[in-house]
Design a protein around this ligand. Structure first.
Ligand code: PGA
Length: 255
């Protein structure tokens, strides 16, 4: 059984005081729910505050939205893996489509970051997904294969077990257009098949694959009940503590 993992990608939102207000309300809303692993991904500047507020909780982890692959050096404006470890960060989002599109991140760069994450015991949330034009050209499988194989080059099975893959169709991010549960399940099953080819059956069965792209309280339950959807990476709807809590609650198995 893969434990579901639901993450709040705050992107470039939330000051320290806004984060504090969010966490206070969110903790009240979810109570002692522990069936789901929850990850909060604040901007770098709010990480220490969020970590401090979550010290008493077990199943809520803190992650970062990006990092550089080098340990240190003349890279003005960048943040390194050891710096994140120093803040008790556990997860790091890598290869988000916004970084691929706006900050020119290639699969090779993402691969360097993924391998740097393992070296520092950080768990990557590796994002892959096709654009609308690529979907319309029938290239979904080609794009997912290229991105996944490129980003995971020279990664060992034991490292893959530490990895979360996020399937995020670019056309569904921040647009209000969600992939249907069937479309998402089909892509997730394909990603799992790729993971089998990259590693082995047993490893691929254990890797969690999140769906991301306009996840909301209204569509979360249907998406999260698909056999290969093991969680969600939530942007817009994660900025409101009540709606994020509802999404997390939608992931709790019924029985
Ligand atoms: P969205 O963003 O939920 O606002 O579509 C998801 C993401 O980019 O991770």
């Amino acid at each position: 059984m893969r434990k579901k993992i639901i993450a709040a990608n705050w992107k470039m939102h939330m000051t320290q005081s806004e984060s504090e207000a969010f966490i206070t309300t969110f903790l009240r809303e979810i109570g002692d729910l522990d069936e789901i692993e929850i990850v909060i991904l604040p901007p770098f500047t709010a990480i220490p505050k969020v970590t401090e507020l979550l010290t008493q909780t077990q199943n809520i982890k803190v992650g970062a939205q990006n990092m550089h692959w080098e340990r240190s050096g003349a890279f003005t404006g960048e943040i390194s893996p050891p710096m994140l470890r120093d803040l008790f960060v556990r997860y790091v989002v890598l290869g988000h489509s916004e970084r691929r599109a706006m900050f020119c991140e290639t699969d090779e760069i993402v691969n360097r970051k993924v391998r740097a994450a393992y070296e520092q015991n950080l768990r990557p949330i590796l994002c892959v997904g096709e654009t609308l034009a690529e979907r319309e050209r029938g290239e979904v499988e080609k794009v997912l294969s290229t991105q996944l194989r490129g980003s995971l080059a020279n990664v060992e099975a034991r490292e893959l077990l530490e990895t979360v893959v996020a399937y995020e169709p670019v056309w569904a991010i921040g647009t209000g257009k969600t992939a249907t549960a069937d479309q998402a399940q089909e892509a997730h099953a394909f990603v799992r098949q790729l993971l089998r080819e990259i590693s082995d059956d047993a490893t691929a069965e254990k890797v969690r694959i999140q769906y991301g792209g306009s996840v909301k309280p209204e569509n979360a339950r249907q998406l999260l009940s698909q056999p290969d959807i093991d969680g969600a990476l939530v942007g817009g709807a994660s900025l409101d503590p009540r709606s994020f809590a509802q999404i997390v609650q939608a992931g709790v198995p019924n029985d």
